[in-house]
Design a binder for this molecule. Structure first.
Ligand code: NAP
Length: 340
């Protein structure tokens, strides 16, 4: 990629306020920003386990996405240059079980944060930026593959509907004069992906089979096709979106898609297990009432505008996760696996 990215250059120490700092992306984003001399403030729920180790440049504050006044108070006190809204119920499966909670923490909470950012900007007279972790799930079962920033928003899950609401709220505040952008994130994985997500369920299950601790694994819909990226790449995209010259919405994806079955086959191969798919059972417990058949994003816009491209391919992602999980299961046994 030779395009010179259109970005606002570092003009001294900047301050970020991150919701979801204890999650996969929050932890990688914190490390990424701290290494670029940002000061990072994060909101955590009581009992959160935070992955990163950068105490000097990171301040944690208790708070909850259900508590709008607390979020407003924190933004008023921290006075961030950028608010990154990464928090929320990130599991589509859980959103079917708790649709109301999903609507609040993944949807409505964004308005509390946008309003707080807007008020800080009005009071301080300096620009406050906002980056929303939007999702490919806003497109639902899109008839167009790959999806672009102009694909119609037609969610088919409670999670997708909540993300769609937040996505529109970002547009509303952008038209009001806030620098507010959405990163339309496609699936992205890492060694920090929670164990309940299908990719990690696969790599942990395959690790347990490779070590002789399990005979088989149970999964849901093997035919779902997703665009799998690498989380550290995706937090770099969030940084680029936050420091772009203009607020806008960007698809963040690899442009390649693979089925869950492909992911499982590749994971067994990475562990040296031949014919591994014969060890997979499908369990209706992991099927969802509705879901998109194929999600694949077209990253042309972020590539051309901000110079971002995915650096890590599908095969490497699966290989790294399997190798990591074999070591993890060797150390912790079946306790490392999700409790079904
Ligand atoms: P994650 O690992 O599940 O992290 C979610 C974070 O939200 C955690 O820090 C969690 O805190 C926090 N959170 C949940 N409910 C909260 C509440 N009521 N109050 C305060 N904090 C709360 O998710 P992720 O993979 O990092 O994803 C980051 C964002 O990107 C999410 O908004 C997700 O929906 C979106 N996204 C992710 C993907 C993906 O493939 N990873 C794809 C598209 C969009 P606790 O530790 O307390 O639970």
């Amino acid at each position: 990629m030779t395009t010179e990215p259109a970005r606002v250059r570092n003009q001294g120490t900047r301050t970020a306020f991150i919701t979801g700092i204890s999650g996969q992306d929050g932890s990688y984003l914190t490390e990424h920003l701290v290494s670029s001399d940002w000061t990072v403030h994060g909101m955590v729920r009581a009992g959160d386990d935070v992955h990163h180790e950068s105490p000097a440049a990171v301040a944690l504050h208790s708070g909850d996405l259900m508590d709008a006044p607390r979020m407003a108070q924190l933004i008023e006190e921290v006075e961030p240059d950028v608010v990154f809204n990464l928090g929320g119920m990130s599991s589509v499966a859980k959103s079917w079980q708790q649709p109301y909670e999903a609507a609040i923490v993944t949807g409505a909470a964004s308005v509390a944060l946008l309003e707080a950012a807007w008020r800080l900007q009005e009071r301080s007279g300096r620009q406050v930026r906002f980056v929303q972790a939007s999702s490919a799930e806003i497109f639902g079962n899109a008839s167009v593959v790959p999806q672009t920033e102009s694909t119609p928003i037609r969610p088919v899950t409670p999670y997708g509907a909540a993300k769609a609401f937040a996505h529109h709220a970002v547009e509303t505040y952008r038209s009001r004069g806030l620098f507010a952008s959405s990163a339309i994130l496609y699936n992205h994985e890492s060694l920090r992906r929670p164990a309940s997500f299908v990719t990690r369920r696969i790599t942990l299950g395959v690790a347990a089979i490779a070590l002789g601790l399990k005979d088989r694994i149970r999964l849901g819909n093997l035919d779902a096709v997703r665009d799998f990226g690498w989380a550290p790449d995706y937090v770099d995209a969030l940084d680029r979106i936050a420091t772009a010259e203009q607020a806008d919405d960007f698809i963040v994806a690899t442009g390649e898609s693979h089925s869950v079955k492909d992911f499982a086959a590749r994971a067994f191969a990475a562990a040296g297990i031949p014919d591994g798919l014969s060890l997979v059972d499908t369990d209706p417990k992991f099927q969802r009432p509705a879901e998109a058949l194929e999600m694949r994003g077209d990253p042309s816009k972020i590539s051309a505008t901000l110079g971002w491209t995915a650096t890590t391919n599908f095969q490497s992602i699966v290989q790294m996760m399997v190798e990591h999980d074999i070591n993890l299961v060797r150390e912790h046994g079946l306790a490392a696996l999700p409790q079904d």
